[in-house]
Write a protein that binds this ligand. Structure first.
Ligand code: G3P
Ligand code: MG
Length: 365
């Protein structure tokens, strides 16, 4: 208790520990709230041996909606007030890079209809287009999907032959992997102009019969413009309300890269955000520090110990271990004890988030 009192005195109101919670598989399972989550949040709200509120943020590889919309839904699902500066989604980090693309045409992928476009515009992207916009422009881009009335209503009139795409951001899980894969291939191979000639294949006269050793010559004439490809969530799997984990955005990335490699003989370079990347954990630490400074109304000189609670060893435990945060793996999500020890070793394995919170508090007393 001495340490706590000293710590308390130096930081005024801050307790010696704070939490970062993963969402799917820890607090929620699909649309359902995991019962232990409410009990855990009650403890953080003051019902704990320290008798103080313990701050926390949410760090998820999920997304597809704005932080304000997500916090609103989470507040009702969890029964506590969640603030938008308390939540880091897979694509929230893009706020820190939007300045590089604000006025350039970009493709934003994932989520339903144009919800992700609106999120991107909320971050500051001024020319954010969707693959549905592309299909509305030229249905022949992908002959196997006709826009539904709802999808068509979400599109913007764009002439992509005059709109060079400078970057592709996969915000959330694509709904139509085939359409999205086709459009990414068209954008990347043409250097940004959908329908433009592919820059990575020699002109027809020199074209050899394509063999699987085909390597396009890099020094083709004309600007071989590199289109940035950015993924925001590497999760191969995630826990929803089905007995087995579901395929995540990482599975889409694998599918795209396999198609691209079959076409041009190598995978395409990309930027990866989301747990467990260092970029995302550094971004989350900044969000947590800003939240703590808001709560105590002043600078936080020494950060309290940050405990990460997650269900996926690949994203939650690996990332927390890399960030130097104590990590607690729960058994209510992706991790299945029957499959043997987790691929990344947590500080502690708990039955659920309630046990995780109780264990961490007792450890800091
Ligand atoms: O796409 C959703 C999924 O990846 C969930 O993420 O980090 O909340 O378990 P998380
Ligand atoms: Mg999870």
């Amino acid at each position: 208790r001495t340490r706590w009192i000293q710590h308390h005195a130096s930081q005024r109101k801050l307790p010696p520990l704070v939490f970062t919670f993963d969402i799917d598989g820890v607090l929620l399972r699909g649309p359902h709230t995991i019962p232990a989550a409410r009990r855990a949040l009650d403890m953080l709200n003051g019902a704990n041996p320290m008798g103080v509120k313990i701050p926390f943020i949410l760090l998820t590889n999920g997304g597809g909606v704005g932080e304000e919309a997500r916090r609103h839904k989470l507040s009702s699902q969890l029964g506590v007030e969640i603030h938008s500066n308390q939540i880091v989604q897979a694509h929230t980090i893009l706020k820190s890079v939007v300045h590089k693309y604000a006025d350039k045409p970009v493709l934003v992928l994932g989520g339903r209809n144009d919800v992700v476009r609106k999120v991107a515009e909320g971050y500051g992207f001024k020319k954010a287009y969707t693959t549905l916009d592309v299909l509305a422009w030229k249905p022949e881009v992908w002959p196997f999907h006709q826009l539904t009335p709802e999808e068509r209503a979400s599109t913007k009139p764009v002439d992509f032959s005059q709109t060079p795409i400078s970057a592709i951001f996969v915000f959330h899980d694509p709904r139509n992997w085939a359409l999205d894969t086709q459009v990414i291939v068209d954008v990347i191979r043409s250097g940004g102009i959908i329908g433009g000639s592919y820059l990575d294949t020699p002109p027809p006269s020199e074209q050899q019969p394509l063999s699987h050793h085909h390597q396009p010559s890099g020094e083709l004439e004309g600007k071989n413009k590199h289109v940035e490809l950015v993924f925001c969530n590497p999760d191969l799997l995630w826990k929803s309300d089905f007995p087995q984990p579901r395929l995540g955005q990482g599975a889409f990335r694998e599918a795209f890269q396999a198609v691209y490699k079959a076409l041009v003989g190598k995978t395409y370079p990309y930027i990866q955000y989301g747990k467990p990347t260092t970029a995302t954990y550094k971004f989350a630490e900044k969000v947590l520090k800003d939240r703590l400074e808001e709560l105590q109304g002043g600078r936080v000189e020494q950060m309290p110990t940050v405990y990460m609670v997650g269900d996926n060893p690949e994203s939650d435990i690996a990332g927390a271990n890399g960030a130097g945060w104590p990590s607690i793996l729960v058994r209510t999500g992706v991790y299945d004890p029957a499959g043997g020890p987790p691929a990344h070793t947590p500080t502690y394995i708990a039955e659920d988030v309630e046990e995780a919170v109780r264990w961490a508090i007792e450890r800091e007393m």
